[in-house]
Design a protein around this ligand. Structure first.
Ligand code: FES
Ligand code: FES
Length: 187
């Protein structure tokens, strides 16, 4: 017997999708089977491995624990929406540079978990990174390089942050400040 259908509208990687789905459909199956976004993996049936992690309204969630209807009206980001082949996200770059993956099965979930972590805490300590990864399992057990990859991404993001804007009058050399003052007095 077919279950009851509901209409859901989600923004996924910046594109809006509306589908009629069964009320029991999990978000991970919506992404993989309805939208063909197979970068989000299913690694267990017990909500433990984290391979299915995506960002839901910028928070990292295990998409096998969320119903598609619960995500109605939300913004979802999957690994496909994080960077582009010609402009990798700092996390993707970090996993490349620091050899943060072996078989790669856990990698999308680990990267999305790290994206949620860095969004909340752009400068995490090693301990905070390890704590943030508690919900994901790498069967190849390459945790050391995963942590290095996330540290790399945090450093890159930090370097890309704009310099604070400084008041021109306050930072100008004394001569320039004098002429500014003079111009003010002449006006
Ligand atoms: S597939 Fe979601 S936690 Fe394992
Ligand atoms: S790289 Fe193989 S499971 Fe993590």
């Amino acid at each position: 017997m077919e279950g009851s259908k509901c209409s859901v509208t989600l923004s996924v990687n910046g594109t809006s999708y509306t589908r009629e789905v069964e009320a029991r459909l999990l978000l991970v199956h919506f992404l993989r089977d309805e939208l063909g976004l197979t970068g989000t993996h299913v690694g267990c049936d017990t909500s433990q491995c984290g391979a299915c992690t995506v960002l839901l309204d910028r928070k990292a969630v295990k998409s096998c624990t969320v119903l598609a209807v619960q995500a109605d009206g939300c913004e979802v980001t999957t690994i496909e929406g994080l960077g582009r082949i010609d402009k990798l996200h700092p996390l993707q770059e970090g996993f490349w540079e620091k050899h943060g993956l072996q078989c790669g099965f856990c990698t999308p979930g680990v990267i999305m978990t790290a994206a949620g972590l860095l969004d909340e805490n752009p400068h995490p300590t090693e301990e905070e990174i390890r704590e943030g990864l508690e919900g994901v399992i790498c069967r190849c057990t390459g945790y050391q390089n995963i942590v290095r990859a996330i540290q790399y991404a945090a450093d890159r993001t930090h370097q890309a942050e704009p310099e604070p804007v400084v008041e021109v009058a306050a930072s100008a050399p004394t001569g320039a400040q004098d002429s500014l003052r003079q111009e003010g007095e002449d006006a």
